[in-house]
Write a protein that binds this ligand. Structure first.
Ligand code: NAD
Ligand code: TYD
Length: 348
């Protein structure tokens, strides 16, 4: 019987992972551990919170005693670790919180697992990481699992450190581990500080649409449910000690993506085409802005037969519809702490 600790389950990707595991695997106990920072919201999980196999624990992954207690209380057999500070811009203004949560928090969780688990062959620690650890690409090339690490922001440096720690626990102590490094996720329940939900929200509210620099930076967009299917497969069938890159096969320049979002929201809201586009505002570039991320996902395709099924056209349309249908969720998460942060950076 598995009792899986999923950290960061009240965040964007985590809530989709928790929901899938709670519903698809009724024999597993799922323990969602989350600090509920500005990015974590339990409203997101209201549909499954009463499930018999689901537990929520509010705790910080840097809290040593709390982690040991949780491993003992719930007889944790496996970990899927998603809790992190995840927004690059915030890591530029406040790097230390990223280092504490992403590096020390991961180390603390690894240590709780190390001391709680007796026979490592029966347990797995699965770390969810990012393609940003590989650095920045020029016009060509793809990140492979063997690409040397070259992180450039405090966020990516903290995720690179945590990946190294997970591998260190594997090599030094023999802990069974898996790591996946994925590209930019999008879809329902993403906090509206990241590009896609921020632009949708601003179009709806008839605000300026901030594009950093000249909008030529390229990201590879991965629909969140495709990512969850990959996580499910890697957790169950991935090889011990291995890393898997997960990408969406959807490379796009930021400006082109913003144009698609403008067209989609204007059309669905019945506004004249061109209205949203007229509010695109080129703003000061992010310091150290990585130019291009792109993933070679051939390993996970070959070994686990996984491929993304959602292209940007379909995924953006579904995402826009979701945000337009879930205005209350959006209002709730954008009030309070986030609102103050948002106003400080973008004005009212
Ligand atoms: P998110 O910011 O939406 O959610 C993070 C969650 O972690 C929140 O619920 C927050 O409350 C929780 N958390 C933060 N600090 C914590 C702490 N100290 N203790 C306990 N909980 C804490 O992030 P996300 O977009 O869902 O990303 C999840 C994971 O996937 C992260 O590890 C991130 O690095 C990785 N990732 C995300 C993307 C992406 O595009 N979103 C891409 C690649 C990798
Ligand atoms: P983001 O969603 O922050 O993800 P990441 O930095 O992890 O890739 O940003 C995606 C891209 O969009 C990135 O190149 C920065 C750019 N961007 C803007 O142009 N304007 C914005 O308001 C934001 C938040 C991001």
């Amino acid at each position: 019987m598995k009792s899986i600790l999923i950290t960061g389950g009240a965040g964007f990707i985590g809530n989709h992972v928790v929901r899938q595991f709670v519903k698809k695997y009724p024999n597993y106990t799922i323990v969602n551990l989350d600090k509920l920072t500005y990015a974590g919201n339990l409203e997101t999980l209201s549909d499954i919170e009463k499930s018999d196999n689901y537990h929520f624990v509010k705790a910080c992954i840097t809290d040593e005693l709390a982690m040991h207690d949780i491993f003992a209380k719930y007889h944790i057999t496996d970990v899927i670790h998603l809790a992190a500070e995840s927004h690059v811009d915030r890591s530029i203004t406040d790097p230390l919180v990223f280092l504490r949560t992403n590096i020390l928090g991961t180390a603390n969780l690894l240590n709780a697992a190390k001391t709680s688990w007796e026979d490592y062959s029966k347990h797995t620690f699965y770390h969810i990481s990012t393609d940003e650890v590989y650095g920045s690409l020029g016009d060509s090339g793809l990140f492979k699992e063997t690409t040397p690490y070259d992180p450039r922001s405090p966020y990516s440096a903290s995720k690179a450190s945590s990946d190294h720690l997970v591998r260190a626990y594997h090599h030094t102590y023999g802990m069974q581990i898996k790591i996946s490094n994925c590209s930019n996720n999008y879809g329902p329940y993403q906090f509206p500080e990241k590009l896609i939900p921020l632009i949708i929200n601003n179009i709806v509210q008839e605000k300026a649409l901030p594009v950093y620099g000249d909008g030529s930076n390229v990201r590879d967009w991965l629909y969140v449910q495709d990512h969850v299917e990959a996580i499910d497969l890697i957790f169950h069938k991935g090889q011990n000690g291995e890393t898997y890159n997960i990408g969406g096969n959807n490379e796009m320049q930021n400006l082109a993506l913003v144009h698609i979002l403008c067209e989609s929201v204007d059309r669905i809201l019945g506004r004249p085409q061109g209205e949203a586009k007229s509010r695109i505002t080129f703003v000061k570039d992010r310091p150290g802005h990585d130019q291009r991320y792109a993933i070679d996902a051939s390993k996970i395709k070959k070994e686990l037969n996984w491929e993304p099924v959602t292209n940007v056209g379909t995924g953006v349309e579904k995402t826009v519809q979701w945000y337009l249908n879930n205005k209350v969720w959006l209002e709730n998460v954008t009030s309070g702490a986030y609102k103050t942060y948002y106003e400080k950076h973008y004005g009212t």
